[in-house]
Unconditional design. Structure first.
Length: 470
């Protein structure tokens, strides 16, 4: 076969062997997938979860993000965090000071401990995990998904299932099955929140840093523990705008972000200080260039911290996330699209499957400062998990049917965990009822979620924010 001047090639037809049959297929084992898989398996269903890396947790663990941007208000997410706390893998919740007052935030976790806990809970529930395996395509019968094609070292294989839960973060399977979507904010610009990459630093003098942060006006958003012991999981600082700007002017080093966020987990310092805008992460060249740019910025941010911020004098880069932190790509078009107004005004939904207390966290697509606010809880309707135009697929995580403004809350980890949990319960319920997931009895799904301790409506969640005083 000649490929000279070819724009494409034609592959020969082939037979793909069956790997297994199951009830529920969960695509993606990141921050969302384990919650879907465990929830469905605990309802007595056969569950296969397919993960492209060799560990679970995605951006939470591999991405070194470690911290939900908000409180975990119940259900499986709170169960797992409490389990992490019981083995020293997470700290107590804290009330962070932000411009709107205070917002309750679940403490960061130890990402390595969380990898093991998520895997253990999946195994105990009977979930079959397939690591180092990629889902390449859905297998269709009309407009209904009947399974997926996977690729591994073995080659191509087919997994048959009754329901597919797309936790790929980018709605890969739903879109390839024919579901409509909007990219970012939509329109011709397809504007999306920027990408970033976390890194950690060791040899940081945490007491010295905390003492300085308590006296400066350059860190307006913060949580500073009262005890030295609390510094292990409870120090959170966002700002540094003035000193970062002055340092760049003095050194000539150009960075892409106006502020930096620092937080501790198990005594380590996690740094969120990089940013690349305008990246199409589906283009491998753009994706790779973004990674290279993040590496350049990491060097600059680490140097700024060492040269400028008390406590960092002897610090060094310890680890860099092996994955790029992507905030926004596709939003499926579902039976209902959650709006920015819904997420800030607290719209009531009869079919709500979670009350979410995530902060409003907007990284401006054009590169301006971060808008981080504590707001009252809002509700996520089941219909946002149901893509139009395709059957037997549920979507959970950051790619649910939400507009660009609502995404500022629904992309955060508490919402991803909650929608994963709901999708797992709904998939199991639909199989039990012998109906399509689109026609499942939502009332019965809600009963199951309540039994798990998950609040469904905003007025059922208390104490997640404090109003700013004039």
């Amino acid at each position: 076969m000649s490929t000279n001047n070819a724009t494409h090639i034609t592959e020969p037809a082939r037979q793909t062997p069956l790997l297994m049959e199951t009830d529920v297929i969960v695509v993606g084992g990141g921050t969302t997938g384990p919650f879907a898989a465990i929830s469905a398996a605990r309802q007595g269903k056969r569950v296969v979860m397919i993960e492209r890396f060799g560990s679970l947790g995605g951006n939470l663990t591999l991405g070194l993000n470690t911290k939900p941007s908000g409180a975990l208000v119940g259900g499986l997410p709170l169960e797992i965090w409490n389990l992490a706390r019981s083995v020293g893998g997470a700290g107590d919740d804290y009330m962070a000071v932000v411009k709107t007052g205070g917002v309750k935030i679940a403490s960061p976790c130890d990402p390595e401990m969380m990898k093991m806990l998520l895997t253990r809970l999946c195994a105990e529930a009977g979930v079959q995990i397939l690591f180092e395996t990629v889902v390449s395509n859905p297998v269709m019968e009309g407009d209904t998904v009947k399974g997926v094609v996977v690729e591994s070292k073995t080659g191509r294989q087919f997994i048959a299932g009754k329901v597919v839960i797309d936790c790929s973060a980018d709605a890969d399977i739903a879109v390839r099955a024919g579901a409509p979507f909007v990219m970012g904010a939509g329109g011709e610009s397809e504007t999306m929140q920027p990408v970033s990459m976390y890194f950690t630093m060791d040899r940081v003098d945490l007491p010295r840093l905390a003492a300085w942060a308590a006296t400066t006006d350059d860190v307006p958003a913060r949580a500073i523990p009262e005890t030295v012991e609390g510094l292990d999981y409870g120090l959170w600082l966002t700002g540094f705008n003035r000193s970062l700007r002055e340092w760049q002017q003095k050194t000539g080093v150009e960075l892409q972000r106006d502020n930096i966020t620092l937080k501790t987990a198990d005594g380590r310092m996690y740094v969120n200080g990089t940013r690349v805008t305008g990246v199409n992460v589906f283009d491998p060249l753009q994706f790779t260039n973004a990674v290279l740019e993040c590496y350049r910025q990491i060097e600059g941010v680490a140097r700024y911290l060492r040269e400028t911020i008390p406590g960092f004098e002897h610090a060094r880069i310890e680890a860099i996330a092996p994955v790029l932190g992507v905030r926004e790509t596709r939003h499926i078009v579902g039976e209902y699209t959650l709006s920015g107004h819904d997420s800030t005004a607290g719209t009531h939904f009869d079919d709500s499957i979670a009350a979410d207390a995530s902060a409003l966290d907007i990284h401006d697509p054009k590169g301006a400062d971060v808008d981080f606010q504590g707001l009252r809880p809002y509700e996520i309707p089941y219909r946002t998990l149901l893509p139009m135009g395709v059957e037997q697929v549920l979507v959970a995580g950051r790619c649910i049917s939400a507009d660009h403004d609502a995404h500022a809350r629904s992309r955060n980890m508490p919402a991803c965990m909650a929608t994963g949990q709901a999708a797992g319960v709904a998939a199991a319920g639909a199989i039990d009822q012998g109906v399509a997931v689109r026609h499942v009895d939502v009332g019965r799904v809600q009963e199951k979620l309540r039994a798990l301790g998950m609040p469904l409506h905003g007025d059922e969640v208390k104490g997640t924010m404090q109003e700013a005083r004039a």
